[in-house]
Design a protein around this ligand. Sequence first.
Ligand SMILES: Cc1cc2nc3c(=O)[nH]c(=O)nc-3n(C[C@H](O)[C@H](O)[C@H](O)COP(=O)(O)OP(=O)(O)OC[C@H]3O[C@@H](n4cnc5c(N)ncnc54)[C@H](O)[C@@H]3O)c2cc1C
Length: 374
Amino acid sequence: MTAPAGSATADVAVVGTGLIGLAAAVALAERGLDVLLVGQPRPGESSPAGAGMLAPSLEDTNPGASADPVHQFAVASLARYPGYLQSLTDRSGVPVPLNRRGILRVALHASEADTLRQLQGANAHWLDAPDVLAIEPGLAPVAGAMFYPTGGAVDNLALLEALAAAIARSPRIRWIRTDVRAIAVNGSGATCATSNGGTPVRSAHVVLAAGAWVNGIAGLPRLLPIEPYRGQMFSVAATGAAVLRHVVYGPDAYLVPRGDRVLVGATMERAGFDADTTDEALASIRSGAAAFWPVVSTATTTAKWAGLRPVTPDLLPILGRDPDHPSLIYACGHSRNGILMAPLTGDCVVALVTGDAPPADLSAFGVARFSRDT
Ligand SMILES: Cc1cc2nc3c(=O)[nH]c(=O)nc-3n(C[C@H](O)[C@H](O)[C@H](O)COP(=O)(O)OP(=O)(O)OC[C@H]3O[C@@H](n4cnc5c(N)ncnc54)[C@H](O)[C@@H]3O)c2cc1C
């Protein structure tokens, strides 16, 4: 849909229609703000390519990580998920499957088991090999696993569909399916020029959620340190011995059960904006997964794909106002955990627009953390 001449004004323009942009738009509209959402699907978008793991503790490398505000943000977003999906389904009519069975982080050897055991804490407990096989009989006889009972996975494709359906039903959101070519921010707001030559979009605030492509927008007050990191994945049919109940995370691959298939991922590669898969990378993930899930060696691939994560140097999102241009709000660079962080990111964007206290500590996410280093 192209905005009619002279009518493209709103309280907020949201640039980018991945999970972060859609979640922000829905949250803003729910708060009673009028939103112009600008963007369209493109090859390599991260959100549909993701595995949907909701795993705030998986990348912790020390037991004290749970006190960290970044970790707390991730935990709070995970806790937000069940209610978030319920209300989204109520508004959209689209059910979004949520796996809350917990995550097994497997150790293949005794030395890995020793390292993983150090992470035991409130959110994780150790399972010896027989207990691991009791709950996932299809796994190889591993050395044990750390079990994260609150973790799981969301079907991110269903989530995107539900958000799009909620947007279609919302009288407060207009979705303009084109790209933003340039943004001009000034004291009274922002103007986005679109690539289709349509009427410029004027708004009091603009939320930048353009993923790995964000630096392609002209007029931004600063270059954002966000790079595309390609993630390749494939899926196999969940039949016979290849049925799995839990997300299983191993040293070189992970498994995510989703309906009638199991997703197997993922690489983390610098390949520019190339979003193709390669046979070598997929073979390497398969062999990494076979080390703890033997059936995958011979299972037939049902689909393969790749997406471009918007990655920052510290793997944390940029979420906050531009220090010099408060009408410009960054919601990008969610790196490896944007699906996990999406619900709370939407809430925080609302607070940043309205001036309310954000529902989470955003001090680690400011864009100025990068300019300090340069
Ligand atoms: C293989 C893989 C596995 C992953 N697994 C997980 C996981 O298990 N758990 C997890 O939490 N996260 C995971 N992620 C990361 C997660 O997918 C991302 O962090 C998240 O989806 C980022 O969302 P986004 O909306 O910022 O970016 P994207 O989804 O990339 O969306 C960006 C949007 O901006 C639009 N856009 C770009 N330029 C413009 C412009 N000029 N004007 C308008 N629109 C524009 C694009 O078209 C796109 O719609 C994974 C990612 C990959 C690739």
